[in-house]
Design a protein around this ligand. Structure first.
Ligand SMILES: Cc1ncc(C[n+]2csc(CCOP(=O)(O)OP(=O)(O)O)c2C)c(N)n1
Ligand SMILES: *[C@@H]1O[C@H](CO)[C@@H](O)[C@H](O)[C@H]1NC(C)=O
Ligand SMILES: [Mg+2]
Length: 637
């Protein structure tokens, strides 16, 4: 009796666990099908719909669609064709680039600008390995993106298949989640889970690889799997194994599954911590906020964050994605002299700003200041803490939510903003520095060429308020960060802490996909432009016009600036004054040269480029610039 009971329970367990037969109805259907000889017994037991021409790509696309994904960036390859076609059929835009790294940079930009998930799909092997730089960049920038990779067929991995490489090993250190999908019925839950993980906690990239046989229709895969006809002996055994394998892979593929997004809850601050920080601020005389990219993550909308920062009334330096948050005329926002301000501040709030190289690893903070750090990520929150700086309070929580809560509590306690004499001190220094910048802008350069600062200042004046700026370069772009002012939040895209050259084309493509009607301007160094100038072809094909301004100094100047004096050699630093404007024309864009001789034309050139954009045509402005010492002493690696 007991033995029989154990057998029955065991049988049911096996049915449920390995064959996913979890109801009497299913069991009945299988028996009926078998009785009528409709199906091979194995495929009946695994519940394979062996007549269906549907494919795994449809399942992937359906989950993306249900998550509001509006575009997928790619460079085509047979391994991923079903996903691309699945997306196309559901009205998800498929935007194909000229390099896989661009596809991932574009997905990163979409994630940042839409404050949701960005998606790229690339083919197996070299397609996947070509994205590594952009995935690492997204990890450092904490950008939630989903990278979908093709992969060699499940049965042929490590057997010399085309483009076979252990991709998961490459992506595990770069991603919050890296998995292979082996069965069709795992596609939906895996994609949902991956998107959820990308957006939870500290956002970041996730990677899913789909072996080609998980994406193609059953009849195609069956044909390819290599069953031996009229097999005898051992061959029959191999056939049986192959048939089991494919049946397990396709079993239950088309059962109804939940494709909706799993809710994401951002980490909230503790009430008593907010009270503690409020108390510190109420006693402060010279408070300062450094706002970083994390502040722009959901759930707090950029405009609400702006209001919160304005009501706090504390002088603030904006970095990363929060640049532009306060527009161009806020008297709270400081751009210059950050080091000095940090030295004088009695309370510093690191709101998503990290003590990495950009803050001298924390060494620029004064031991006399009380430091309050807010970050979703524990490692980032405490980076170099107790070594180069000391915290007064550490809040592991969403930055936007924390500031909103803090502002509310401060208001209840009668907070009126930072003392006006402190604000005045900082504003005076700001004006002083800006007038010295202005002098630099007007300087004639020793080499007689166009002063890049003057070019950038004219660009700043010409920009429509809704322009999105993309920064991709060394010194030219470093100078731009002081002179060209984004007019609102989420209007400045730079690589972030990984310091990656080559983001330009991809970021611009992502920005333009999200905001097709807004001007997108890439600020390029001439060296950097080489990585992605080919994407002007993509801008032309998709009628997503972009303006590229190349600061052409025929040099990798940011490196030469220190290499030459330190090592007395310019080896590998020099480039040519290339005709990037002609490259533009070859790719269906307009190309213009500006130089010192026609400096007075620059205003017209920008106006024309913006106008052409409205007509659907990109422009590359090849600006022949000279050397200035504006960036002397700044980072040079
Ligand atoms: C992918 C990558 N390769 C190399 C570097 C090192 N690097 C940093 S700035 C720079 C020079 C950039 O030259 P360019 O784009 O012409 O700008 P410029 O400094 O001349 O204004 C280089 C090579 C990098 N940051 N990223
Ligand atoms: C500026 O001068 C160069 C020649 O020095 C010429 O090729 C270019 O077309 C001029 N640009 C404009 C906008 O007039
Ligand atoms: Mg250069």
């Amino acid at each position: 009796m007991l033995v029989q009971l154990i057998l029955v329970v065991g049988f049911i367990y096996i049915l449920r666990k390995y064959f996913d037969i979890n109801s009497f109805e299913k069991l009945k259907k299988i028996f009926n099908d078998l009785k009528e000889g409709k199906q091979h017994p194995i495929s009946a037991i695994f519940q394979v719909d062996d007549k269906s021409n549907r494919h795994g790509g449809e399942l992937v696309a359906s989950v993306l669609h249900a998550h509001g994904v509006q575009e997928v960036f790619t460079l085509v390859g047979g391994h991923i064709s079903p996903i691309l076609v699945g997306c196309e059929n559901l009205g998800i835009k498929v935007i194909d680039t000229r390099h896989e790294v661009t596809a991932v940079f574009a997905a990163d930009a979409v994630a940042r600008l839409r404050q949701s998930i960005g998606v790229a799909a690339v083919t197996a092997g070299p397609g996947v390995t070509n994205t590594i730089t952009a995935v690492k960049n997204a990890q450092m920038a904490e950008s939630p993106l989903l990278l979908i990779g093709g992969a060699a067929p499940t049965l042929l991995q490590n057997r010399g298949a085309l483009q076979d490489i252990d991709q998961l090993v490459l992506f595990r250190p770069l991603c919050k989640y890296a998995v292979r999908v082996k069965r069709l019925k795992d596609i939906v839950p895996t994609v949902r889970e991956a998107i959820h993980i990308a957006q939870s906690g500290t956002p970041g990239p996730v990677f899913i690889e789909f072996p080609i046989d998980v994406l193609y229709p059953y009849p195609t895969v069956l044909k390819e799997i290599g069953l031996v006809p009229n097999a005898k002996g051992i061959k029959r055994l191999i056939n049986a194994y192959l048939f089991m394998h494919i049946s397990r892979q396709f079993g239950g593929a088309w059962e109804q599954q939940d494709i909706t997004p799993i809710p994401v809850t951002p980490p909230r601050p503790k009430e008593e911590q907010i009270d503690e920080v409020a108390k510190i601020l109420l006693e402060s005389k010279r408070p300062l906020i450094l706002l970083g990219s994390q502040a722009t993550l959901p759930p707090v909308k950029a405009d609400d964050l702006r209001k919160t920062v304005e009501k706090l009334g504390i002088p603030v330096y904006l970095g990363g994605m929060s640049r532009g948050l306060l527009g161009v005329n806020s008297n709270l926002q400081m751009r210059q002299n950050r080091k000095e301000a940090l030295k004088d501040a009695d309370v510093v709030i690191l709101a998503g700003t990290v003590c990495d190289f950009r803050l001298g690893y924390g060494k620029v903070l004064s031991s006399k200041s009380k430091i309050i750090a807010i970050n979703r990520n524990k490692d980032q929150l405490t980076k170099n803490e107790k070594i180069f700086w000391k915290s007064t309070a550490l809040l592991q929580s969403d930055v936007g939510t924390t500031l909103v809560d803090l502002q509310r509590v401060l208001q209840q306690k009668g907070w009126k903003g930072a003392p006006s004499d402190w604000l005045k001190t900082l504003q005076d220094r700001e004006l002083e520095k800006e007038s010295s910048n202005l002098k630099k802008m007007k300087e004639e350069l020793p080499d007689g060429n166009l002063n890049p600062l003057s070019l950038l200042s004219q660009l700043d004046k010409a920009l429509p308020d809704d322009t999105i700026l993309v920064a991709d370069g060394g010194d030219f772009v470093g100078s731009a960060a002081y002179i060209v002012r984004p007019r609102g939040p989420l209007q400045w895209l730079d690589p972030g802490a990984f310091g990656t050259l080559g983001v330009g084309g991809g970021f611009a493509l992502g920005a333009k996909a999200v905001y097709p009607d807004r001007p997108v301007v890439i600020l390029y160094g001439d060296g950097s432009s080489g990585y992605s100038i080919m994407e002007f072809d993509t801008f032309t094909r998709f009628k997503l016009p972009v303006i590229g301004v190349i600061g052409n100094d025929a040099c990798w100047s940011q490196i030469a600036r220190d290499q030459v004096p330190w090592f007395n050699s310019a080896v590998a630093c020099n480039l040519a004054y290339n005709k990037y404007d002609q490259v533009a024309e070859g790719l269906g864009a307009n190309g213009v040269v500006v130089n010192k001789a026609n400096e007075s034309e620059i205003k017209t050139v920008f106006a024309q480029a913006i106008h052409e954009c409205k007509n659907g045509k990109s422009t590359i402005i090849n600006a022949i610039i000279g050397k200035t010492d504006f960036r002397k002493g700044s980072i040079s690696v």
